[in-house]
Design a protein around this ligand. Structure first.
Ligand code: MGD
Ligand code: MGD
Ligand code: MO
Length: 763
C-alpha cells in the first residue's frame, strides 16, 4: 500500500455533485485562479505573477505545451497556467527540519493534495539506508556520493535516468550527454507514458514524430477534429485558437466518450473586460464514442471518403504509398460492427463524414484519449490515413496536431532524452560532442520498472517528475523502486516518490523552477524550450529563488558530470559560466539549431525544420507518406472484467500535483475517489450518487483490487467508467501496454465490481 495516496480528512469530505457545466472558462476561471493563487502566494505575489505568465520577456508557462500567439495581449490569462505558477511560486517552504520531523511513513499517509501544500524544498536532503527520515546534506557531499556510486557500477546499464517534461533544453541536453558519457541509453521519460504512441505512429508514416501544424493554420482550417483530448481543462489556451478558427468559418468535430465542457461553449475571460457578453459554441458535432472504438469510427470515415470520391488523387499519386491496398481494404465496412463498437448510429457517422468530405483543409488534434490504448499507435495511424486521403498535410490550414502535455516534453526528446535513439541521431551527437555514444537501446518507463523489480537497477536518478504516482500499478512500482540501492530526485516540491521505503539511500536535490531567476556567477541566465508546434523560444524567471541553496538543473548535471568524468573530454566546468556555451554545443550536435544563440533571442524564437509542413516532404525510406492497414481491436473485456475504465485528469490537478478536490466542469466537489458510470446503468441497478463500490482490475497477470470508491451517474457510454489519475493508477496493470510504443493503457482498464454498498442513510 506504500505508494498509494493517503486518505485524509479532505478525501472524506462529503461528495457534492451538481450537473456538469456546458460552458468553459469565463469569470469562474478567473475567480478560481485568484482564489488558488492567493491561498498559495498571497495577494501581492498573485497579481504580480498572474500578470506576467507567458509574456515575451518572461518565463514559459509550466502549464502546458500549447504555443503562445505571436501577438500577445497584455494579459494572456489561463486558469491552468495560473494554477501551475502558483503551485511553484508558493510561499510555503519545506525545510530539512520540517522534513526530518516526521518519518517517511507519516508523510506517505498524507494525500497528494496535502503533500503539495508543504511547500518548496530549500536544501538538499538525504535518507540513509535503514533510516526512517530525511536529514540535511551539503551539496558537495551529495554530488560526491552520487558521482562515486555511478562510477563504481560494474555496468553503466545498472543505472536509470528518468526525466519529466519540464526540464529545459539546456538541462536535458547536458543530462543525456552525462548519461551517454557514462555509457548507457537508459533514459526513460514521461513521454513513454504520454505521446510515445504519437511519435511512433507519425515517425513511420510521415517521417517525423511531431505535429505538422502552426498556430496560424487554425483560422485557415475548414474542419478541426478534436479526438481523445480535453482542452478545456488541459490546454485552455487552445480554446481561444478554436474560437478564432470558428469565427473564421471552421467547423469542429469532437470525438470523445464524454461531452467535456470546454468543447461545448466557451467564454474567453478577457471578453468580459471588453464588455462582450456572448459566448461561442465550439463543437458542431459531438460523437460520444465508446472507449477504444475510435479505430472503428475512423474505418467508417475512411470508407465514406473513398466511396464518395472525397480523395485528393494527385496527392495520393505523387506523395503516398500503399493507397491501392488501403482503398481495397476500405471498399466495404461492417456497419453492424461499427455501430456496435462505437455506440453511434450510422447516420451520425455519415454526418461527420460529410463535414470531413466537404473540407478543403482539415486539422486533427489528439492527446491521451488515443495514445494510452493498446492500439494507440495503430489508431493514430488511422488518423493519418484519414487525412492523407484528402491530402491534408503540408498545406495551409491542414495537418496533424498531437497536443503535447508537459511544457518541454517535445524539446527534451529533440535534444536527446530518448531511450531508443536512432543511429543517425547518435552519429551526429558523437560528432558534435566528441563522446563515444553507447548504441545499445535502454529502458523505457515500463521496462525500467521491470528492471528495478528484477534487481537489475542499482541507481535511479529522476530529473523531476513523480515516477511512482505517474506510473501504472502503484503497489508494484513502489515495491520495484524499493529495491534500488540509490535513488536521486532532482525536485522542486515533495511528492509521493520521495516517501517510498527503499533498501538504500535516497537523495533529494532541490532545484530552481521556471518562475525563478537563475544567476550563475552573478549573471542572469535564460533557458530555452520547444512548444507543441516545434517553436524554440526562451524562458527566463524573474522571481527571487525560494532559497539560496537551490541550484539550477544545468548546474546540478554539470557539477555531477565534472566529478565523474573530469573536464578533458567534455568541458563540464564551462557550461554554467554561460548557457550560450551549452546552446553552442547543442547547435553542433543536433540538426536544426543553426545560429541557436542568435535566433532564440528573436522575439518569438525560431521554428525547427519540419519537412512535411515546410515542403510537403516525407523523410520515410520511400520519400512518401505511407498508408497503413490495421484491424479493429476487440472492445469487450477479455480477462474477467465487466466494464472498461479510463483514467482522467480533473480540472484541479496537474498530473500528480493536486491543486484541489473539485472538478468544476464535471460538477464534482469534495472527493477524488470517484467513478463516473452511465446514469441509466446505475438506475437499472438501483444505485444512486455516492454509492460505494470496490473495484478489481483484470489483466493477463491477474487482478488488482482497490476498495471504497464513490459512484457518480454521468453521460458516459454504457459499459464504460472513468476515474481520476493518479488515485486509480493502482488499478492500471504494468503489463498492459500499447503495441509498439509500450505506453501503459491508462485509458483501457478492465474492471469488475467486487463489492458495493448503498449510501449511508444520513448522507
Ligand atoms: N490543468 C492541467 N493541464 C494539463 C495536465 C494536467 O494534469 N492538468 N497534464 C498535461 C499533460 S502531461 C498531458 S499529456 C495533457 C493531457 O491532456 P488530455 O489528453 O486532454 O488529458 P486526459 O485527462 O487524460 O483526457 C483524455 C481525454 O480523452 C478522452 N478519452 C479517453 N478515452 C478515449 C477514447 O477511447 N476515445 C476518445 N475519442 N477519447 C477518449 C477522455 O474522455 C478525456 O476527455 O495535458 C497537459 N495539461
Ligand atoms: N493512470 C494514468 N497515469 C498517467 C497518465 C494518465 O492519463 N492516467 N498520464 C501520464 C502522462 S501523460 C504523464 S506526462 C505522466 C506524468 O509524469 P511525471 O512528469 O513524472 O509527473 P508530474 O506529476 O508531472 O511531476 C510532478 C513533480 O515534478 C517536480 N517538478 C515540478 N517542476 C519541476 C522543475 O521545474 N524541475 C524539477 N526537477 N522538478 C520539477 C515536482 O517535484 C512535482 O512533484 O503521468 C502519466 N501517468
Ligand atoms: Mo503527458
Amino acid at each position: 500500500m506504500q505508494g498509494q495516496p493517503g486518505r485524509t480528512p479532505e478525501d472524506r469530505t462529503p461528495l457534492r455533485v451538481t450537473s456538469p457545466k456546458t460552458r468553459a472558462a469565463g469569470l469562474p476561471a478567473v475567480a478560481s485562479s485568484v482564489k488558488h493563487g492567493v491561498r498559495r502566494m498571497g495577494v501581492r505575489r498573485t497579481w504580480k505573477t498572474l500578470r506576467t505568465v507567458n509574456q515575451q520577456e518572461g518565463f514559459d508557462c509550466p502549464g502546458c505545451a500549447w504555443p503562445d500567439p505571436e501577438h500577445r495581449s497584455g494579459f494572456e490569462f489561463c486558469e491552468n497556467g495560473a494554477k501551475a505558477v502558483a503551485e511553484e511560486a508558493m510561499s510555503a517552504r519545506f525545510t530539512p527540519e520540517v522534513f526530518g520531523s516526521k518519518s517517511i511513513d507519516e508523510w506517505a499517509s498524507m494525500s497528494d493534495y496535502e503533500l503539495g501544500d508543504l511547500g518548496r524544498f530549500t536544501h538538499p536532503v538525504m535518507r540513509k539506508a535503514g533510516a526512517d527520515r530525511f536529514q540535511s546534506i551539503d551539496w558537495d557531499d551529495a554530488l560526491d556520493m552520487v558521482g562515486k556510486r555511478l562510477m563504481g557500477l560494474n555496468d553503466p546499464n545498472r543505472a536509470v535516468f528518468y526525466t519529466s517534461g519540464r526540464t529545459s533544453n539546456e538541462a536535458a541536453f547536458l543530462y543525456q550527454l552525462m548519461v551517454r558519457q557514462l555509457g548507457t541509453n537508459n533514459l526513460p521519460d514521461c513521454s513513454n507514458m504520454c505521446h510515445e504512441s504519437s511519435g511512433k505512429a507519425l515517425g513511420t508514416t510521415i517521417g517525423i514524430g511531431k505535429g505538422t501544424v502552426r498556430l496560424s493554420d487554425f483560422p485557415k482550417a475548414d474542419v478541426i477534429v478534436v479526438i481523445g483530448q480535453n482542452p478545456g481543462t488541459n490546454h485552455p489556451r487552445m480554446l481561444t485558437s478554436l474560437r478564432d478558427a470558428k469565427r473564421a468559418g471552421a467547423r469542429i468535430l469532437h470525438v470523445n466518450p464524454l461531452p467535456e465542457a470546454g468543447l461545448e461553449r466557451f467564454k474567453h475571460p478577457q471578453d468580459y473586460m471588453r464588455m462582450d457578453l456572448f459566448d461561442d459554441q465550439l463543437a458542431d458535432l459531438h460523437l460520444p464514442v465508446r472507449i477504444g472504438s475510435d479505430a472503428a469510427l475512423l474505418h467508417a470515415l475512411q470508407h465514406l471518403a473513398i466511396a464518395e470520391g472525397a480523395v485528393n488523387q494527385s496527392f495520393l499519386d505523387e506523395s503516398t504509398t500503399g493507397f491501392d491496398a488501403f482503398s481495397e481494404a476500405r471498399q466495404d465496412v461492417d456497419w453492424d460492427r461499427i455501430e456496435a463498437d462505437t455506440g453511434l448510429e450510422r447516420s451520425r457517422i455519415e454526418q461527420a463524414a460529410s463535414m470531413l468530405n466537404e473540407s478543403k483543409a482539415t486539422i486533427a488534434c489528439w492527446a491521451m484519449g488515443l495514445t494510452q490504448h493498446r492500439n494507440g499507435v495503430a489508431v493514430i495511424q488511422e488518423v493519418v490515413n484519414l487525412l492523407l486521403l484528402g491530402g491534408h498535410v503540408g498545406r495551409p490550414g491542414a495537418g496533424f496536431c498531437p497536443v503535447r502535455g508537459h511544457s518541454n516534453v517535445q524539446g527534451d526528446r529533440t535534444v536527446g532524452i530518448w531511450e531508443a535513439p536512432s543511429d543517425a541521431f547518435l552519429d551526429r551527437m558523437q560528432e558534435g560532442t566528441g563522446v563515444e555514444m553507447p548504441r545499445h537501446h535502454g529502458y523505457d518507463v515500463v521496462n525500467a520498472i521491470r528492471g528495478m523489480e528484477r534487481g537489475d537497477v542499482d541507481v535511479l536518478m529522476a530529473m523531476g517528475g513523480n515516477l511512482v504516482s505517474a506510473a501504472p500499478d502503484t503497489d508494484r512500482t513502489a515495491a520495484a523502486l524499493g529495491k534500488v540501492g540509490l535513488v536521486v530526485h532532482v525536485s522542486t516540491k515533495p511528492n509521493r516518490s520521495h516517501m517510498i521505503p527503499t533498501i538504500g539511500d535516497v537523495l533529494v536535490l532541490p532545484c530552481l523552477g521556471r518562475t525563478e531567476s537563475d544567476l550563475q556567477d552573478g549573471v542572469e541566465q535564460f533557458v530555452t524550450v520547444e512548444n507543441s508546434m516545434g517553436i524554440v523560444h526562451r524562458s527566463q524567471g524573474r522571481l527571487p529563488p525560494a532559497s539560496k541553496d537551490l541550484r539550477s538543473e544545468p548546474w546540478i548535471v554539470a557539477e555531477l558530470a565534472a566529478r565523474m568524468f573530469g573536464v578533458d573530454e567534455v568541458p563540464w566546468n564551462e557550461f554554467t559560466q554561460d548557457y550560450d556555451i551549452i546552446r553552442s554545443l547543442i547547435e553542433a550536435s543536433i540538426p536544426g539549431f543553426d545560429d541557436y544563440n542568435n535566433r532564440v533571442r528573436q522575439p518569438n524564437g525560431f521554428e525547427l525544420p519540419n519537412p512535411p509542413r515546410d515542403a510537403g516532404q516525407f523523410n520515410t525510406p520511400s520519400g512518401r507518406a505511407g498508408f497503413s492497414l490495421h484491424g479493429l481491436p476487440e472492445l469487450e473485456p477479455q480477462h474477467g472484467g465487466t466494464h472498461v475504465m479510463m483514467t482522467l485528469r480533473s480540472h484541479d490537478q496537474y498530473n500528480t500535483t493536486i491543486y484541489g478536490l473539485a472538478d468544476r466542469y464535471r460538477g464534482v466537489k469534495g472527493n477524488r475517489r470517484v467513478v463516473f458510470m452511465n446514469a441509466t446503468e446505475m438506475a437499472e441497478r438501483g444505485w444512486k450518487t455516492g454509492h460505494r463500490i470496490d473495484l478489481v482490475s483484470h489483466w493477463t497477470d491477474g487482478e488488482r483490487r482497490s476498495d471504497d470508491w464513490l459512484l457518480i451517474p454521468y453521460a458516459i457510454p454504457r459499459g464504460n467508467l472513468a476515474s481520476y489519475f493518479p488515485e486509480a493508477n493502482v488499478l492500471v496493470p504494468l503489463d498492459s501496454t500499447a503495441a509498439v510504443s509500450n505506453t501503459p493503457t491508462s485509458k483501457w482498464i478492465e474492471i469488475s465490481f467486487a463489492g458495493h454498498q448503498a449510501i449511508d442513510e444520513e448522507e
